[in-house]
Design a protein around this ligand. Structure first.
Ligand SMILES: *Cc1c(COP(=O)(O)O)cnc(C)c1O
Length: 471
């Protein structure tokens, strides 16, 4: 008898044997020697434990099969933690899914900026140093009618820097009805604190009148602030002050009026059946001195915070030391510029800005898409009957909180898995899929599923609906 037959531990391959096997040699370029060697050791420890228990390895212990498992283990372990997700929630601005998907041209601009060099802070005409804000400034002023503009990382940063530059150490008057929290700890009173301005609340939750602001004005006052209540509505017995009224009051006391409109709608959202969404240009026309809004909400661009308004205020903001900390990188600026350029042709914006396109999908089209998706899903044996139905959804991202959108959904249920397990299997699949769970069923809203994702979605559902999945 050979010794390997009497001592099964001796039959195990060495780390070097496995490193030399085909699968590991193929994985070398991707994972490198150290990660592979470590994974081999882990596999071998497990095999020894199996042998110690008296298990028979049945060919699982030879170098080639260990190498294959090592490759699989590493491919799984080294998967990116940030992955593309098929958004089947119907929520167009899903904060946890990165808010706005951006236009093709904007994504391409970011890609080109990332891969190479660009004139980020260079004036190509003179060859001299320039500001990274210049290109954005030009497009924002054209679109909003503002004298000047600048951009920072997000609207929270825009609020902080505007208040710091204009009101640090002094008071800012705000209506009690507008002291919002935008999830993730963006609370107006806290933002005030960070900026060094003092909050001076006026009015009540439901009613604030012009004279409430007027009475609160003292020599300590530095600005009047209006904030769009993006993610809630005060309804019923209410009264508030218009931007134009506030602007008139500001002018008569020589105080700047800052208008945080939130979502950054560039065009009238009434066309999509949503009302009450402030537009940047309208705010400037009404006399606001500074308008603030996000880049990745209804504007449909990359994450950014845009400040548009009087030149003198923008200059003060750009001189603030925090500007260096808050400034956007080249990829964001490239994507934002591309997005803004598209808006100069409104028809193009409606076609090419995904957020606008998704919000304006006709209900009949959504129904057709739901039927097509259901048709594909009915080929999966492990699903209970697949149903389509009309439903309602919200825009999300803290926008248009009270405005429901009609949509069409497909409801599915696995024969083998409970709803939460099924939803989790879908999230962990390839591609990852995010759904709504309701009454024991998974609800797939077709509005946010791109047509080119349908086949991959059906395949992902097929895999996830089984009790044992191969990822
Ligand atoms: C969303 C929002 C913010 C915060 O904007 P971010 O870009 O998410 O930082 C601030 N103010 C209002 C009114 C908002 O709606």
């Amino acid at each position: 008898m050979k010794s390997s037959e009497t001592n099964p531990f001796r039959s195990l391959p060495s780390v070097n044997d496995v490193l030399g096997a085909t699968a590991c040699r193929a994985a070398l370029a991707l994972h490198g020697h150290d990660l592979i060697a470590e994974a081999i050791r882990v596999e071998l420890i497990q095999l020894r434990a199996q042998l110690a228990r008296g298990d028979v390895l049945n060919g699982q212990g030879d170098a080639d099969s260990v190498a294959l498992r090592v490759e699989q283990r590493l491919n799984l372990e080294m998967r990116p933690r940030l992955r593309s997700v098929i958004n089947a929630t119907g929520i167009v601005l899903h904060t946890n899914l990165g808010r706005a998907p951006i236009a093709e041209e904007a994504a391409k601009a970011a890609y080109d900026a990332a891969r190479g060099y660009l004139n980020l802070e260079l004036d190509l005409d003179s060859g001299k140093r320039s500001s990274r804000q210049t290109p954005i400034r030009e497009w924002i002023t054209r679109l909003t009618g503002a004298e000047s503009a600048t951009v920072v990382n997000n609207n929270a940063a825009a609020t902080v820097i505007a208040l710091r530059a204009l009101a640090q150490g002094r008071e800012v008057i705000v209506s009690r009805g507008q002291l919002i929290e935008i999830g993730g700890s963006f609370r107006i009173p806290d933002i005030m604190g960070v900026s060094g301005a003092t909050l001076r609340e006026v009015g009540t939750t439901n009613i604030t009148r012009l004279r409430d602001y007027e009475r609160a004005i003292t020599p300590q006052t530095a600005a009047l602030l209006q904030i769009h209540t993006s993610n809630y509505r005060v309804t019923g017995f209410t009264e508030s002050v218009t931007t134009a009224e506030l602007a008139t009051l500001g002018k008569s006391h020589n105080l700047p009026v800052i208008d945080d409109i939130g979502s950054g709608a560039m065009l009238d959202f009434n066309r999509f059946g949503f009302d009450g969404e402030p537009i940047a240009r309208a705010s400037i026309t009404s006399g606001a001195d500074l308008v603030l809004f996000s880049g990745d909400k209804l504007l449909g661009g990359p994450q950014a915070g845009i400040l548009a308004g009087k030149k003198a205020f923008i200059e003060r903001i750009e001189k603030d030391p925090l500007m260096r900390a808050f400034r956007c990188d080249k990829m964001t600026l490239a994507a934002l510029e591309a997005t803004l350029r598209i808006y100069l042709n409104e028809d193009r914006a409606l076609r090419e800005i995904p957020v606008l396109h998704l919000l304006s999908l006709p209900i009949e089209e959504l129904r057709r898409r739901a039927e097509a998706l259901a048709h594909g899903l009915r080929t999966i044996e492990t699903l209970a009957p697949v149903e389509i139905l009309e439903d309602v959804a919200f825009v999300g991202g803290g926008s248009l909180p009270d405005q429901k959108m009609k949509t069409w959904v497909v409801e599915i249920k696995s024969d083998e898995l409970g709803d939460d397990a099924f939803a989790q299997a879908l999230r962990l699949g390839n591609p990852a899929v995010m759904v709504r769970v309701r009454d024991g069923k998974l609800v797939l809203d077709v509005r946010t599923i791109f047509p080119e994702q349908i086949d991959a979605l059906i395949a992902a559902v097929r895999t996830a609906s089984r009790r044992t999945q191969t990822r």
